[in-house]
Design a protein around this ligand. Structure first.
Ligand code: AMP
Ligand code: MG
Length: 314
């Protein structure tokens, strides 16, 4: 990520004015680039669904600049929300809570809950502050495709369908936020992310892990079995045995001399931060396949395994 420069301040002002007037602005967060609109403006929210080609049944995450702004959107702010927000915000943890009636149903896909987080990216925070409204922002890509981690990725896929793209360089975390529901009795992890189950449990005690990928009536968008996918078929391999044809192999332990290969970082944080970038690069080459060595079973790799398994689903 590049530093917040003074030139960014005027760009952010312009972007904030666009948000307030109901336009779409793509902006960097620490996870991936978001496709932002005023979360309280139904017509602006509609535009997000149209531009992404996202089904109406998929709720959007709302980005806020503070706990105070988060609390304007929810009926109830439980003790656990306060503890988690204090520990992880700004940062890549989305909290799902019962929504206030003024939060549009269109935004929450008809659910009576809303997903909220405070992003840590300086440009994202400045944009929300300057706009003065909560900003709904799913990843700035077409539905089911790879999430963008650079402004260039956004321009390539969404082009002139957004009023403006704020350029913050590479995102740092690199994969989507952890999503945790605090809406019912007990906390439920809906989507794994780099804030891990163990990180959360260290603050609020044991939580449950959703299996809604298989069962939910309202699968959350990140929970569709096929998601986060490059156009090129992606295969997970354990043994260095690669498909026929031309491809690229992203490896960790089993190097293969017969194919073009990229050594991926052994540290899960470093791995996550470049994963989508590598997949975008490979995808642009129109190969027959992208092979990725299955990451370790260790809990620190859970979110990465989740994204790769969905990317590999056909
Ligand atoms: P995206 O913004 O594209 O990264 O995906 C949005 C994610 O937010 C989904 O995977 C859901 O898990 C989650 N989400 C947002 N709002 C809700 C909600 N009201 N209930 C459950 N999950 C939500
Ligand atoms: Mg997405």
């Amino acid at each position: 990520m590049k530093d917040f420069a003074s030139s960014d301040a005027s760009e952010v002002k312009r972007a904030a004015a666009l948000i307030r007037s109901g336009e779409l602005v793509a902006f960097p967060t620490e996870t991936v680039y978001g496709l932002g609109a005023n979360a309280l403006d139904i017509l602006a929210v509609e535009k997000i669904y149209a531009v992404k080609g996202r089904p109406a049944g998929s709720p959007l995450i709302v980005h806020v600049d503070s706990i105070e702004m988060a609390r304007t959107l929810v009926r109830d702010w439980p003790e656990n929300a306060e503890k988690l927000a204090r520990k992880f915000w700004p940062g890549p943890l989305t909290l799902v809570l019962p929504k206030e009636p003024h939060v549009p149903d269109r935004l929450t896909a008809g659910l009576d809950t809303v997903g909220i987080r405070v992003p840590s990216n300086a440009i994202a925070l400045a944009l929300i502050r300057e706009a003065g409204v909560p900003i709904a922002a799913p990843s700035a890509n077409r539905f089911t495709e790879l999430s963008p981690t650079t402004a260039q990725h956004v321009r390539e896929t969404l082009g002139d369908r957004v009023a403006m793209v704020l350029d913050g360089g590479h995102t740092t975390v690199g994969i989507e936020s952890t999503v945790l529901s605090l809406a019912g009795t007990g906390a439920i992890l809906l989507r794994p992310g780099m804030v891990s189950q163990a990180d959360i449990e260290a603050v609020i005690g044991p939580i449950r892990v959703s299996r809604s990928a298989e069962t939910a009536a309202h699968p959350a968008p990140g929970m569709h079995p096929r998601h986060y996918s490059p156009r090129t078929p992606l295969v997970l391999v354990d043994d260095g045995i690669l498909p026929a044809g031309k491809g690229i192999y992203l490896w960790l332990r089993h190097q293969v001399d017969s194919a073009r290969s990229v050594k991926m970082p052994d540290d899960p944080r470093a791995y996550a931060s470049i994963l989508y970038e590598k997949l975008h690069e490979a995808d642009a080459e129109h190969l027959d396949w992208i092979a990725v060595e299955t990451p370790p079973q260790d809990a620190s790799w859970t979110a990465i395994r989740d994204r790769l398994e969905r990317a590999a689903a056909r």
